[in-house]
Write a protein that binds this ligand. Structure first.
Ligand code: 2AM
Ligand code: CA
Ligand code: CA
Ligand code: CA
Length: 274
């Protein structure tokens, strides 16, 4: 893939998120139909599906040979194998619970992977008008200005983002609470803003020093992980190794030193590999 092609994909997706952001804003301010998916706290609205359809339709028109992985397409049974072809990885609304409750941390998250490597990441929060973006090797940006992660290396001085998730299974909740307690004891503070994409952007811009998460899907983190890494952060699984993009995984993003301190503290939480 040439730099010129990547530049074209990047410009196209930047334009597209601004169009899709108008639809998200319309839904954020207006009435929406709220349904549940895997459990009573796993919410979805007609806007999640509508925004994903708009994004895939436009990208397909522009780039007919490209492949797609989208949260709502996957939920409706569309099977996509993640191969070497250029593949757009889409979370149309990351933070649907926030979207439903009017809490302004909602984001469109789009990544492009080529040969299974993420080369473009774009996260747009249309409510707060925040655009985070990165191209592999070219740095990370917030509304066009370069951003850097905090570089914090001391767990005891850290502000850490970590979510509670939508599972209400007693075993999952107990494991999460146990892990949370271990981390709370060691840090300045824990923050849960309800959007994996926005959490990764908080690490990228240095507002949080680290983010950890269980059972996260590729559409939750593909764009944000690239943005955070381009801003100087490091992402690993609890063993300290790279993530497996194909499975739900446990992720920790921070400076390499901090990730090395947090990831061993994260004991296993079971989640279905769907
Ligand atoms: P979603 O809004 O796209 O479903 C990781 O925490 C991700 O889990 C979030 O970004 C969010 O993505 C999803 N999630 C689903 N239900 C949730 C809930 N009740 N609380 C927090 N996150 C939830
Ligand atoms: Ca969802
Ligand atoms: Ca998500
Ligand atoms: Ca979503």
């Amino acid at each position: 893939m040439t730099d010129k092609e990547i530049e074209l994909y990047y410009r196209t997706v930047l334009h597209l998120v601004s169009t899709a952001g108008k639809v998200v804003n319309e839904g954020f301010l207006g009435k929406k139909r709220v349904e549940t998916k895997a459990g009573a706290a796993d919410l979805v609205t007609e806007f999640d599906q509508r925004v994903e359809e708009i994004l895939i339709k436009k990208l397909q028109e522009e780039f007919p040979t490209h492949k797609f992985i989208g949260e709502e397409s996957a939920a409706s049974g569309v099977k996509t194998t993640f191969g070497d072809d250029p593949t757009w990885i889409i979370d149309p609304i990351d933070g649907t619970t926030n979207f439903v409750h009017g809490f302004p941390f909602v984001a469109i998250s789009i990544a492009l992977a080529i040969k299974k490597q993420v080369v473009i990441g774009v996260i747009f929060n249309p409510v707060l008008d925040l655009l985070y973006s990165a191209v592999h090797g070219k740095g990370a940006f917030k509304n066009g200005r370069p951003i850097k992660c905090s570089g914090q290396t001391e767990l005891g001085l850290s502000q850490v983002a970590g979510e509670y998730g939508s599972s209400r299974e007693p075993d999952v909740l107990s494991a999460k609470c146990k892990n949370l307690r271990v981390i709370i004891e060691k840090v300045h503070s824990i923050r849960a803003i309800g959007s994996a994409a926005m959490n990764l952007c908080m690490v990228a811009e240095g507002s949080c020093d680290a983010y950890f998460e269980y059972g996260i899907h590729i559409w939750d983190y593909a764009a944000g992980d690239l943005i955070a890494r381009e801003a100087g952060a490091y992402t690993c699984d609890p063993s300290g190794g790279p993530l497996n993009l194909l499975h739900r995984c446990i992720l920790c993003t921070a400076s390499k030193e901090l990730a090395g301190q947090i990831s061993p503290l994260l004991t296993h939480v079971d989640f279905p590999d769907d």
